[in-house]
Design a protein around this ligand. Structure first.
Ligand SMILES: *Cc1c(COP(=O)(O)O)cnc(C)c1O
Length: 289
């Protein structure tokens, strides 16, 4: 199932009137509602669950988590049951947002917990409690980043991608996706990550997953922090979509593209650099400002 999906991923060249060539790898087209990179992160987690004889998964996320929506969808495809532990007790009484509606449509059982409880999500005692409440569930961490996710994200790049490009750009959240891309990349390539979050903790996080040095991450284009936006971000997003007919969303891919365009404008890349920009998707959470 995953392999079929991966083979169908399209490439789209965009013309920027610059002395570099730019190709977008459209992981967003894998599914209209599910972030393309999340498939790669989930693949080996589901295969491992199957290996352990389990057919239920449990994971964690905020109310707008693309990972929650993607896990629900992957579970649906695999014939698994899924539970989402959602941050924010108060949400249980409210109308569900599109992310949570999508998750529920794919059969995910939503379980709302307080922020205090949610903060325990990596603590062994809390996980033991959850295991009692939800027996025989394969547990995937928040954001889906674990060694199995990194293994899956290595498959975002294929053999041609290693040959045909000098630079690879992608959006960064927890750092799992870029870590897989770095691990798969060839020595002559540089991987540049555009963080959707503020802070340099990501440098350390990614260093846990790879010993390679051919990468950098910038948070200069995060608009002040995760899910924060500015009018300029939405203006850019709309202008980009009109010009290149590629949809973006405001949390990850628009910020990446703002940063990428800024580097192009500053002549950061040498003439004739062949650049591959990974469109990770996330369009289910898109809004236009
Ligand atoms: C989750 C997500 C990312 C970030 O992936 P990480 O592995 O957490 O760094 C980037 N883009 C989109 C659209 C996402 O949904």
């Amino acid at each position: 199932m995953f392999d079929q999906i991966v083979q169908s991923v399209a490439y789209q060249k965009i013309n920027l009137d610059a002395a570099v060539s730019v190709t977008v790898k459209r992981l967003d087209q894998i599914h209209p509602k599910i972030s393309g990179n999340k498939f790669f992160k989930l693949k080996y987690n589901f295969l491992e669950a199957q290996k352990q004889g389990l057919n239920k998964v449990l994971t964690f996320g905020g109310a707008y988590s693309n990972h929650i929506a993607a896990t629900a969808y992957a579970a649906h495809l695999f014939g698994f049951k899924s539970v989402g532990i959602i941050r924010g007790e108060e949400l249980a009484a409210k109308t569900l947002n599109p992310t949570l509606v999508t998750a529920q449509q794919f059969g995910m059982q939503l379980h709302f917990v307080s922020r205090e409880q949610y903060r325990l999500k990596d603590q062994p005692e809390y996980l033991a409690k959850l295991t009692q409440q939800f027996p025989e569930h394969f547990i995937i961490p928040e954001g889906g980043t674990n060694p199995l996710a990194i293994q899956g994200c290595k498959e975002i790049l294929n053999a041609e991608d290693l040959q045909n490009y000098d630079v690879i750009c992608c959006a960064v959240g927890t750092g799992g996706t870029i870590s897989g891309i770095i691990e798969a990349s060839s020595e002559h390539q540089t991987v540049i990550g555009f963080s959707a979050l503020k802070g340099d903790f990501l440098q350390r996080d990614v260093q846990q997953w790879t010993t390679k040095k051919n990468w950098k991450i910038t948070d200069s284009y995060c608009c002040g922090g995760y899910a924060k936006t500015t009018p300029e971000l939405f203006q850019f997003m709309q202008a980009f979509e009109a010009e290149h007919t590629i949809p973006l969303e405001q949390v990850y891919t628009a910020k990446m593209m703002v940063g990428f365009f800024d580097l192009i404008e500053k002549n950061y890349f040498p003439k004739d650099t062949r650049i591959l920009v990974i469109h990770t998707g996330g369009l289910q959470g898109r809004h236009a400002g």
